[in-house]
Design a protein around this ligand. Structure first.
Ligand SMILES: [Zn+2]
Ligand SMILES: [Zn+2]
Length: 275
């Protein structure tokens, strides 16, 4: 199984770190986790066609994770996708998909009629919403979804991907979370989000101390993520979803290493890891 980081950023625009998105692939299967800003451009860089994606899994419905949803769908139509889309996400995903598709309905119908492409199956979207916990099989990948804690976001998920006795854990957006540590046990690779302490300063009236405090509160601080990895006993820790997107990498590695006992890998867009 291969994990490719497509976007390692957050809501802040950064041309080096696109919005959150990951590709999990085997020889037969391609699954996207989230569709943040720039996802289709990154797939194009990898020469992966949006027509060939087997399923899209959404961790939660924060805009940075789903902002390019329609771009993904329309791009797959332009790429002659001949199969319907399978989307798995939290409660609210059905409503979200319906509304986005509705917003573009007139434009889409005009295009379909005028451009006369061979298939409109890309617009056939089947959404399955998650319960608290469950398992899904997509070809040769087994996926386990479990709740994480990203309050006030009510429904947020982490995932385990299994293939050939290997396990990949994706944290999604979460504050330090016991359920994540439970499900990440002995994972071959834990891909975890991080809020980097001391890298964002408050700006009078714009980015107040309260704002900073609240942002930090629903993410996992750099002073804690190493402990999470240690308790999870994961073999490898890869960091992503950097808040902020630019920071002192050496400092971050040192802080996390102190708790984890090993050096974490600092994720970057298009980094590919074989698991
Ligand atoms: Zn996010
Ligand atoms: Zn979020």
């Amino acid at each position: 199984m291969i994990l490719t980081l497509l976007g390692t950023g957050c809501p802040k625009v950064d041309h080096k770190r696109f919005g959150p998105s990951n590709l999990i692939s085997t020889l037969n299967t391609k699954i996207l986790v989230d569709c943040g800003s720039g996802v289709t451009q990154r797939l194009e860089q990898l020469k992966v066609s949006t027509a060939d994606i087997d399923a899209l899994f959404l961790t939660h419905l924060h805009s940075d994770h789903v902002i390019d949803f329609y771009q993904l769908i329309i791009s797959s139509w332009h790429s002659y996708r001949t199969k319907p889309w399978k989307i798995f996400g939290p409660i609210g995903t059905k409503k979200f998909v319906k509304r986005i598709m509705k917003a573009w309905e007139d434009e889409r119908n005009l295009r379909i009629k005028y451009e006369q492409r061979s298939s409109t199956r890309a617009f056939n979207i089947k959404v399955t919403e998650f319960s608290d916990y469950g398992k899904i099989k997509i070809k040769d990948l087994r996926i386990e979804f479990f709740s994480v804690d990203h309050k006030p976001v009510k429904y947020a998920y982490g995932f385990n991907f299994y293939n050939k006795n290997k396990k990949l854990t994706i944290s999604g957006d979460t504050r330090p979370c016991e359920n994540l540590m439970k499900f990440a046990q002995k994972s071959d690779l834990l891909l975890h989000e991080v809020f980097i302490e001391g890298e964002i300063k408050s700006i009078n009236k714009m980015r107040t101390k309260k704002t900073l405090h609240n942002v930090k509160l629903y993410h996992t601080p750099s002073t804690i993520v190493g402990k999470v990895a240690k308790i999870s006993r994961c073999k490898k820790l890869v960091l992503t979803h950097f808040v902020p997107t630019s920071f002192n990498e050496k400092n971050l590695i040192n802080v996390v290493k102190k708790d984890y006992g090993k050096e974490p890998i600092i994720g970057r867009d298009l980094l590919k890891i074989v698991i």
